[in-house]
Design a binder for this molecule. Structure first.
Ligand code: PEP
Ligand code: MN
Length: 264
């Protein structure tokens, strides 16, 4: 079902009037984690003012160590839903387990599967019937074939609204957090009809690389970008402040991007 052979035309996913896929660029911006009502509201305001359509933010965080901040949970979902509503933005949030799919689907417009869960097949099956579009991140060591097979689990369950997200893979290089695989964008678009989104934040792990890799992703044909932005990145509650753009950088980037492709 993910293959172009099955579905020759590009899939365009429509979420409350916002079309993801095709010629327009979908921009998802926001913090790594929802931290407080004030934080998410302030960031939502800035994301909207810059011309993006979708607010990102994690309420459930898949942290490498069990003692790190794990996200604020359902309260965070509610805070983000309110901020999205107030500022006229769609919302996207990560869901980590099948048990939380329903509550995440209740509060968010789009559900995100993180890189660490790309092959959590019980989660993928559950997302097949969740009634929300899904942004599936590529596992950091997954081949294209494994990635498309993971998408297939969601599609096979009856959910045809799946976006593929390249977020960097693990290589021998350590200067960057991951290596953003730009080839993935045209390769996946050739093999599949599903929209392809690039994540230059996790793909590089370094703020100064987000802008060039965002532009490179759009030049390579990406249908959208998911970008971390924070009003106070140095004090963010996850380690991802180092890769988060400041609001003015986010705004400048969008001004440049809209010269390359119209924003949705
Ligand atoms: C995130 O989007 O904050 C995140 C945890 O992403 P990934 O699963 O790509 O590491
Ligand atoms: Mn993050």
């Amino acid at each position: 079902l993910a293959s172009r052979d099955f579905h020759p035309d590009d899939t365009i996913i429509e979420v409350k009037g916002v079309k993801i896929g095709g010629e327009h660029l979908a921009i998802m911006g926001g913090p790594c984690a929802v931290e407080s009502p004030e934080q998410i509201d302030e960031i939502a305001k800035l994301v909207k003012a810059s011309g993006a359509q979708i607010l990102r933010g994690g309420a459930f965080k898949p942290r490498t160590g069990p003692y790190s901040f794990q996200g604020i949970g359902v309260e965070g979902l509610k805070m983000m839903a309110e901020a999205g509503e107030r500022h006229g933005l769609l919302t996207i949030t990560e869901v980590m387990t099948p048990e939380y799919v329903d509550v995440c689907a209740e509060y968010a417009d789009i559900l995100q599967v993180g890189t660490r869960n790309m092959q959590n097949f019980d989660l993928l099956r559950k997302l097949g019937t969740c009634g929300r579009p899904v942004l599936l991140k590529r596992g950091f060591s997954a081949t294209y074939d494994e990635f498309l097979n993971a998408a297939e689990y969601i599609l096979a369950g009856g959910n045809r609204d799946v976006m593929l997200c390249e977020r960097g893979i693990r290589t021998f290089e350590t200067y960057t957090r991951n290596t953003l695989d730009l080839s993935a964008i045209p390769v996946l678009q050739g093999l599949s009809h599903l929209p392809v989104i690039s994540d230059p934040s996790h793909g590089t792990g370094r703020r100064e690389l987000v802008e060039p890799m965002a532009k490179a992703s759009v030049a390579a044909g990406a249908n959208g970008l998911i970008i971390e932005m924070h009003t106070d990145p140095d004090n963010s509650m996850t380690g991802d402040g180092v890769q988060s753009l400041f609001p003015d950088q986010f705004d400048n980037l969008l001004r440049d991007l809209e010269k390359l492709a119209p924003l949705v």
